[in-house]
Design a binder for this molecule. Sequence first.
Ligand code: ADP
Length: 683
Amino acid sequence: MTAPPGQPSIQPTGVNVLVVDDHADNRKALRAILSSPAFNVVEAASGSEALRKLLVEEFAVLLIDVVMPDIDGFDLATAVREREKTASVPILFLTAHATDHELVNQGYRLGAVDYLTKPLSAEMVRAKVSVFAQLYLQRKHIERQAQRLVEAEQKQAELRLLDLRLANERRYHALAEAVPHIIWTAQPDGSIDYFNRRWFEYTGVSAELAGGDWMVALHPEDLDRCSEAWQEAREVGAIWQTEVRLREASGDYRWHLAMVVPEYGSGAQITSWLGTLTDIDDQKRAHAVLAEFKGTLDAVLDAVLIFEPETLRFLYVNEGARVLWNRPRNELAKMHPFELMTGFDRDGFRSLLLPVLTGKKSAIKVETLCLRSDGTEIPVELSFQLVRTDSDHIVSIARDITQRKAAEAERQRLLEEAVAAVKARDEFLSVASHELRSPLQALKLQVEMLTRPPESRKDAAPTGWAKQKLEGAARQIERLAAMVSELMDVSRIGAGRLHIDREQTDLSTVARETIDAFREEAAKAGCAVTLHAPGSVVGEWDRLRMTQIVTNLLGNAFKFGAGKPIDVFVEPHGRSARLRVQDHGIGIAPDNLERIFQCFEQVKTEKRYAGLGLGLYIVKQIVEAHGGKLGVESQLGVGSTFTVELPVTHSEAHVEGEPSEARPRRESDSRPSLDVVSASRRQ
Ligand code: ADP
């Protein structure tokens, strides 16, 4: 048997050949012709038997007798063609009438491939059957090859899929190793097949010790609850999550969020479980602290608001906030902080927070008005502080400052009133002292004239009782003049018009002359005054003001010296001059040492000493106007020493503020009536 050209030669090995003929002899003859290991001849005695055989076996070629009693060859061919499985099986008709063209054409129309005419030529039958057997085998071969190809492709696809799966798994594991959470995977039955590195680091438990169970590191109190829930999740194949305490290598427990998710393959079957354990301990503690604080925060009177800096959404508002803003807490919680105060929109509010958000300031404070639900506004002080926990929060405390504002306004009003009162007093002093001065001078002159009348009226000179009374009147006038003079000085100082007329002055001479002038008063006070001035101490000072200094200090020494000796020292002291007036009288309590240099200040004592409380204040102003210093050392019941230090030259005097000469002289500025003071005592 030869293969058709171009086709591989395939030896037919027992291909099925169906011989359909009602004549047993014919079937026998054909079996004999086709007796070869290449063919497996199956016989059918009728069309219906042939159809039955075709149902169970596959045939390479059918040899059908055209003329048969039940179903003739053509009907059988029609039935064969109609069945999908057999539609393409080649049919060779066996006929004794090959010359009948009509019959032959009908056979071809029904799909016959050839005719074998009786008497059969054995050679012809074998040749034709062989061709179809060969074709059949080739088709089978191609089908097998195609099948193998499909299988090979399938295998390759499976390999590619496996590769992909492995790569995915590698990526998956690499990812699982990189994340800071614990990750495990388990078989569908829940037995663990993977723990990431974090598990081993955190728990210190090896995979063998874990025994395929992630629950080995659970807190005993969480174990039962979790086991049941995990079991149930496996049964229903559902996602499950819970909070658990997980033991770390040190033995401590930290709260974790445990989450278990089923993984599915292409079908509905669970292929594995993925578990994660995320450390939420800090977060949980922060919430616990916050929860604990909430009770406290609700109890405080201040309004406490906690919000997210990003979204400006409130996380918490306390009871105090409800009261302050007069809005329900749930309504407040839906608002934004900037909607609760005047003067800020979202952007403006963000800029306000910027210093705390960038860490430039730990907290900021702002005073603004809070907008209440009824449309009223209340002054509030708001502080904002950034608190970093698991996420950033801004904690704001708002305080109603209505009362503080009212107190501030009241203080301001009182201050303005006080300033106005002091101004009015100074103005009154200025006017009064000026107005008093002229009649006082006139009175003084009149009394002097009465005491020492001119030559022409010498006979009217007072004597006896009248003289005594006039001298008393003159003394009182001098005291009055001294007080008016002090008042004028105070009003000048208050107005910044204390004028200093510098000239070469010998302080020793000034001291001596003043002490001489006060000899009578010294005697009256019972105080022996000793001047310690070994030589001249000359400086650029205002002579009359120097006299005023000595007068005032000496006057006080008489007044408070308790009739004990008084020492006056004048001496150079470095580049300055120093004047000291020392008494051994009542002394001054330490608490009062500062106070006595202030305007109208007197120390309260059992005995009332005359005076306005201005003398030391004026002395201090004069000394400072010369660039000098006034100090006191004193002890109660022991005595006091007042010390004046004056720079010798004007250039060495560091006078605070404007130099006195540079100060513009005003019209009303006039010298004090020291002619009166120098001759007077203030006692
Ligand atoms: P006053 O006109 O009242 O004396 P001063 O300004 O001169 O005013 O003195 C203020 C107060 O300082 C006096 O009232 C007195 O209490 C106290 N004081 C001044 N000098 C002495 C002193 N030498 N000894 C004790 N107390 C003094």
